[in-house]
Design a protein around this ligand. Structure first.
Ligand SMILES: Cc1cc2nc3c(=O)[nH]c(=O)nc-3n(C[C@H](O)[C@H](O)[C@H](O)COP(=O)(O)OP(=O)(O)OC[C@H]3O[C@@H](n4cnc5c(N)ncnc54)[C@H](O)[C@@H]3O)c2cc1C
Length: 304
């Protein structure tokens, strides 16, 4: 119930505009967002890299409504790739295709993604295309497979375990040699396309996770769910899966204790580091995942 409400609010433009004006809300967002500028984000990247983490940098933003905005986001990613050049950090780039213009034109989004890939390629950096709402899944996978066919190897996709279709998508991506990040899925989806019950999502996650861990390529297990992570660790140990054949991924600011524990256990852990001024929908999705975060944000607002 609260989850549905928060997810609905994440798409409400008036609430969005109101919250962005609140200085205290901006401060509260800092728990999950590395900063509003690229400089602040790079500071966080350098610090976490020094602690031994792998990183993934994401400029917050989605559903751009003009080619101009989509180009500005593309330029910002190209700048991030340029600024990462020569830095001794394993940090790749995560993008959302609606940020690059997917709502306006599929080819525009594909062209913009090509530009991000070119900027990242100079330094041998990988680019991951995040997965958004279910109506975008076909077009997102179509663009990723198209660019892969053009020769973009350092490009990966995301699979959401809550979708019924994900087993088939995993088969297709594995055949094409496209690296996958597996997550549960963060959006409000109807029961016609997604498992409504958490236990079914988790069961599907386990099934898909097993397939990814047995694949010879390196895939990512993106969750903070200790039970699912423990299942992955047990399988890795039982089947002697080399540590460079998988990585765990978690979000900046969430379950830092678990991130550190996995790192100490010798696993590769990549932190998803978001930055930028468009943090509102992202923050609302994080609160929907764990309504206790709402209390944290409200406490900050009241303290201010
Ligand atoms: C690296 C990464 C990339 C992602 N990329 C995408 C993507 O491209 N598309 C997409 O739809 N989704 C993406 N997600 C989000 C994902 O789909 C889930 O919504 C999110 O990870 C919460 O699910 P969970 O697997 O952590 O499990 P849950 O069952 O939601 O949570 C398990 C436990 O983790 C902790 N936890 C989870 N979320 C929070 C939170 N917000 N605050 C505090 N504690 C929390 C709690 O202890 C909770 O009990 C990504 C997640 C990660 C980690």
């Amino acid at each position: 119930m609260i989850r549905q409400l928060l997810l609905a609010l994440s798409e409400n433009e008036r609430v969005h505009a109101f919250v962005l004006r609140q200085r205290m809300a901006r401060r509260a967002a800092r728990r999950f967002v590395a900063g509003e500028t690229l400089d602040e984000a790079l500071g966080v990247v350098d610090r976490l890299a020094a602690e031994g983490y792998l990183l993934s940098l994401n400029l917050l933003g989605e559903k751009t409504t003009s080619p101009h905005e989509a180009r500005a986001a593309t330029d910002a990613y190209a700048e991030a790739a340029t600024r990462l050049r020569g830095r001794p950090v394993d940090c790749y780039i995560s993008v959302k295709l609606t940020q690059l213009g997917l709502d306006l034109d599929t080819d525009l989004a594909a062209d913009n993604l090509r530009r991000v890939l070119e900027a990242a390629r100079t330094d041998g950096r990988f680019v991951r295309v995040d997965m958004e709402h279910s109506p975008y899944v076909d077009r997102t996978l179509e663009i990723v497979t198209r660019l892969k066919a053009e020769g973009s190897d350092a490009l990966g996709a995301v699979i959401q375990a809550y979708l019924y279709r994900s087993g088939d998508d995993v088969d297709r991506l594995l055949k094409l040699g496209i690296p996958i990040r597996l997550c549960k899925g963060a959006y409000a989806e109807p029961s016609s396309v997604a498992y409504p019950r958490k236990q079914d999502v988790d069961a599907n996650f386990i099934r898909l996770q097993q397939r990814l861990l047995r694949d010879p390529a390196c895939h990512a297990i993106a969750t903070h769910d200790e039970r699912l992570i423990q299942a992955a660790v047990s399988m890795v140990e039982r089947e002697n899966i080399p540590r460079d054949r998988y990585e765990f991924q978690m979000i900046y600011g969430i379950r830092r204790d678990l991130q550190a524990r996995l790192l100490r256990g010798g696993h590769r852990v990549r932190i998803y580091v978001p930055y930028g001024t468009h943090w509102y929908p992202y923050l609302m999705r994080r609160m929907a995942e764990r309504p206790a975060n709402l209390a944290f944000v409200l406490r900050n607002l009241l303290r201010g």
